[in-house]
Design a protein around this ligand. Structure first.
Ligand code: ADP
Ligand code: MG
Length: 312
């Protein structure tokens, strides 16, 4: 266990509480050339809320029942999108066999949710989980995404074996069609524009990295003037993205908050965990910005440059 010290210095780095894992971490910070920012929870608050839903093929009652079921499934997930969907509905339905695919979505078997009251598997998540998203849903989703909102879909399929009645698994799963689209909105942190200005003043290249859809990531990038956007990256692939940015010996800092970010934080030359989020993210990092204010990450790099420029 290397010592964690509170960054001693002037300015926001000290005020906002930057924990440093040993002096070498702070010394390394001065050499950083590229800063990779995770989108959700780093650039944005990471607290989402549902803004709209769209189910053109369903009656109002059927859409409500599907959304209640989706909220019940998302109740089991810790993801910010899941929390938003769970909070958007009051009614819960019984389910079993919950499973989640990191970076994609969640599925559970819901009693009586299928055709004629049969049990159904309900999937909630990214477009890529669905075999079919019809044009009406697709067009609606595109509009919300252009405005920077994240859209997930929900749809039912016949249970893939097990179910509530223990039916034998069919050899091939029936195609999964999206039936309702759910838009959620996150807010860019008030401190983000200033943090970006500070990174640019230090001459750093800024890259936005996310598992979210390309259209959403690009909308957020446009709003913030970040033109290098790497989207639709699965959690297990984030570290490889950092490694590719390190090619040619470039020194890369990664700023992230989530469990999913830990391997990328460890891969980076300088890992900066932000916020009070996941323990594993902090453990994988060289610096921790306790407050979650991304300006403190820029301050730490600036302080490192000042400190090690004078004493060498
Ligand atoms: P980020 O890089 O923004 O932290 P994640 O890798 O956690 O994103 O998730 C990527 C995408 O996977 C989300 O934008 C969403 O489409 C989908 N997803 C992940 N978990 C869930 C969930 N519990 N419910 C719905 N969608 C999910
Ligand atoms: Mg995240």
């Amino acid at each position: 266990a290397t010592p964690l010290a509170i960054l001693v210095g002037t300015g926001r780095g000290a005020q906002l509480g930057v924990l440093v894992r040993g002096a070498p971490a702070l010394e390394d910070a001065r050499a950083v050339q590229t800063v990779v920012l995770d989108k959700t929870g780093t650039v944005t608050e990471g607290r989402m809320s549902v803004t709209a839903t769209h189910a053109p093929g369903l009656s109002a009652e059927a859409a409500d029942a599907l959304l209640d079921a989706a909220a019940s499934v998302e109740d089991r997930s810790e993801h910010p999108i899941a929390r938003a969907i769970a909070e958007s509905r009051l009614t819960r339905v019984p389910l079993k066999g919950f499973r989640s695919t990191p970076g994609r979505g969640v599925t559970a078997t819901v009693r009586g949710a299928g055709v004629d009251g049969a049990n159904a598997d309900l999937t909630v998540g990214a477009r890529g989980l669905f075999d079919r998203v019809d044009d009406a849903l697709e067009a609606w989703a595109a509009g919300r995404e252009e405005a920077g909102e994240t859209v997930v879909f929900a749809g039912r399929s016949r249970p893939l074996g097990g179910g509530l009645l223990g039916a034998a698994a069919p050899a091939v799963r029936e195609p999964l069609a999206a039936e309702v689209a759910i838009a959620v909105r996150d807010r860019v942190k008030d401190s983000t524009p200033e943090a970006l200005a500070a990174f640019r003043n230090l001459g750093l290249d800024v890259v936005l990295l996310t598992g979210d859809a390309r259209r959403v990531a690009e909308a957020v990038g446009r709003e913030l003037g970040i033109d290098r956007v790497i989207a639709e990256v699965l959690p297990q692939d984030k570290a490889a993205v950092v490694a590719s940015l390190q090619e040619g010996g470039r020194r890369v800092a990664m700023v992230g908050d989530g469990v999913n970010d830990a391997p990328a934080l460890a891969q980076a030359d300088l890992g900066i965990a932000i916020g009070t989020g996941a323990d594993v993210a902090r453990e994988a990092s060289d610096l921790t910005v306790v407050s979650g204010d991304p300006r403190a990450a820029a301050d730490a790099i600036a302080l490192s440059r000042r400190t090690y420029a004078t004493i060498r």
